[in-house]
Write a protein that binds this ligand. Sequence first.
Ligand code: SAM
Length: 291
Amino acid sequence: MKRLVNPSVTRQVIDQFGFHFKKQLGQNFLIDANILGKIVEAAELTEVDGAIEIGPGIGTLTQALAERAGKVVAIEKDDRLIPILSDTLNEYANVSVHHGDVLEIDLPELIAAYLGDRRVSVVANLPYYVTTPILMKLLEERIPLHAIVVMVQKEVAERMAAAPGGKEYGALTIAVQYYSEPHIVCRVPRTAFMPQPNVESIVIQLKLRKKPAVDVISEALFFQVVKASFAQRRKTILNNLQNNFPVSGGRETVLHVLREADIDPMRRGETLSLQEFARLSDQFALLEQGS
Ligand code: SAM
């Protein structure tokens, strides 16, 4: 059996099939066995678990997942990789490869059809050009997952795991932490990939929460308030809400709501905790209900 996580085997498979990397599909294949081990370890898979891999490439991580999990479903967009995957994974009876764009696939249907009642995690070396849409799809659509363990661009991982007060803290932080608990697993140098990407990477584990981190009256309103609060990073929360969150009464109403939520109007969005955003959006919700 060909172990792919090795530069010369990867090169050999690529040459054998005459494959050419497509930068626009985020194709940077993993060639570092140590990092591969860390990803699989962080996924905490048991032999009865299910794993969904987004973008299997030539099957490097897929092989390792197949050896740990009960069943692996891999979704690959690039049709040129499908025949390669059927060759490199032909000895794994518990892998099923799907040709398609993960952003268009009906994941609950896929889970029901292939993973049934298994505990399911997403494990992937993500294509970086679509990291945020993929993660938001998994989180916002509340795909029933145990964990998400992904390789992402270093800066994106830092934004997901950020604490209030820093420049990395923003709307992505709030969305990720609302649904999950992030934990940085390890940093990954460019040399771990073929070809080497222009950026550094991080493996991050997101443990899905049973219920969101904060209780809010209206989830839609909560995320609207968050978005408006970060619209212009150097502005105060008062100015951002006044300009980007339309309410009747304008500035006076926003001041009143901030006071009711016990938040200083001169603070910036990046200093507010999830609990404070929840308090703030609940005050707007109460105002809406009262009017
Ligand atoms: N898992 C392999 C590895 O670690 O060596 C490849 C990872 S590579 C960073 C990203 C993979 O995602 C590529 O195989 C690429 O073709 C695939 N991909 C890109 N966009 C995709 C999409 N929207 N849906 C599914 N797969 C996608």
